[in-house]
Structure formats: C-alpha cells, structure tokens
Design a protein around this ligand. Structure first.
Ligand SMILES: C[S@@+](CC[C@H](N)C(=O)[O-])C[C@H]1O[C@@H](n2cnc3c(N)ncnc32)[C@H](O)[C@@H]1O
Length: 230
C-alpha cells in the first residue's frame, strides 16, 4: 500500500463513519476506514471512502505496508487492545506513524459528570487503559495532551465544560456513555440528573473543580509512535 510517490496511505482503525478519514483525505492522504461495525462503514462508504470490515486486533494488511495508522477514540471499545496496538505497529512501514488518541483512565477524573453515575461509570473505568498501559504498548511514543472544546460531536470531555448542557436529554443522548446509562441503569441516570440539577442550582461549579488536573493532562492524549527504520 505504501508508495512514497503517492499520497500517504493511512488506515483509520475504528474509523466509524469516516469523519477523520474524510478530513485527512482533504489534507492529501489516502485513508481506508477499518471498523467492525457494518452500519458505521456504510456511512463512511457513502462519503466515497474505501472501507474494510475488520477487528482492530487482526488487521488484513501486510507487515510494514502503510504510512500511518490512526486509532482515534476507539481503543476502550476493544477487549484485546494490546493486540490492536501490536497490529497497528506491525502494519506501519519503517518510519511510518501510529497515532493513538485516547481517553485514559486518568482522564476520566476530568470527566467529573461520571461521579453522578457510579454504576454506569464502573463499566467505563475498566474499559479504559491507564497512561502507563499505553506507553508500555507504544514504547518511545511522544505524548501530547489535547483539549476537547468542540461541542459538535457531543463528546463527554467537551460537554463537561458546560455542565448545564448535561441536563438536556437530547444532548446527553449524543454520547455512548449516556446511551449505556439509559439502557442499563435508567434509575441511576434519573437520580444522577436530579442531583446534578440540584447541585448546579446550589452554585456548584464542577468544571472548575477539575481545572488543575485538566490543565496538566488535557481532556485526552495523543500518542505518536514512529516505526523503527529497520
Ligand atoms: C467512539 S467510535 C470512534 C469513531 C472515530 N474513530 C471517531 O473518533 O470519530 C468507536 C469506533 O470503534 C469501532 N470499534 C469498536 N470495537 C472495534 C474493534 N474491535 N475493531 C475495530 N473497530 C472497532 C466502533 O465500531 C466505532 O466505530
């Protein structure tokens, strides 16, 4: 797949509906969206993006064959996440990049809203890797904290900057966290929202309470690993 004369070949693992791939195509790259979910892939394909249905833990690409592998906000969905990272490193050509954007377990502290929903959160915490887990799996990777301020994709990180928005059921429904809460813990969801409403009315500023830790580690991290030259 790699051809130094062509546009860089990139695999967007867990690329979902292809938002990032479409943007990277605009920047001159040649992305393929690789995802397990056929519904997601159908949306990506409707954007004229090449797609492949696959598990991140078993990529159907040759060793050292692509210029870059992107894993954005998806690793916490993958039970065998270490194998998924090993696969990403395997398919990157010498000098190629593996770029991982992740919310680590440490970042969940920044997402203060989860304290209102302990049972829903327990599932989430276990699914998220620690920073240590990730740096051990991508040795030598550089780490860049990132801030999430854009509300368009309804990310939890961005919503936590606007506590009052979390009282709106339509906005909550945009996140998989609240989807899970609504399905599996509806009573906890209702009670947590009531408690948040009360606390905000009483003058609590939960976003300010996490400002120090967020300034230090960001809302999420981007790890960039470069494949060895030989
Ligand atoms: C939160 S979405 C992120 C989508 C996209 N990367 C983004 O940031 O907009 C997580 C994606 O990971 C995919 N996914 C979950 N488990 C996967 C697996 N084992 N292998 C490949 N993709 C997976 C889901 O289908 C979903 O599209």
């Amino acid at each position: 797949m790699s051809d130094s004369r062509a546009r860089p070949a990139l695999v967007d693992v867990g690329g979902g509906t292809g938002n990032y791939s479409a943007a990277l195509r605009e920047l001159g790259m040649r992305p393929v969206v690789a995802d397990v979910d056929p519904g997601m892939l159908a949306v990506a394909a409707s954007k004229q993006l090449p797609v492949v249905r696959t598990d991140a833990a078993a990529l159907p690409f040759a060793d050292r064959s692509v210029d870059a592998v992107l894993l954005c906000s998806m690793l916490h969905h993958v039970p065998d996440w270490a194998q998924a990272l090993a696969e990403a490193c395997r398919v990157a050509r010498p000098g190629g990049r593996v770029v991982l954007m992740a919310f680590t377990r440490e970042h969940l502290e920044v997402h203060w809203i989860m304290e209102y929903f302990p049972e829903t959160t327990a599932h989430f915490v276990d699914a998220h890797q620690t920073m240590d887990d990730l740096t051990r799996a991508l040795p030598g990777a550089s780490a860049t904290p990132v801030r999430y301020e854009d509300l368009v994709d309804g990310s939890m990180a961005a919503l936590c900057r606007h506590p009052e928005l979390l009282l709106d059921p339509d906005i909550r429904r945009q996140t998989s966290y609240f989807d899970h809460a609504e399905t599996d813990h509806p009573d906890e969801l209702a009670a947590g929202v009531r408690a948040l409403d009360r606390d905000l009315a009483a003058g609590r500023h939960p976003d300010d309470e996490v400002a120090e830790v967020r300034d230090r580690i960001g809302d999420a991290v981007v790890l960039t690993w470069t494949a060895p030259a030989s």
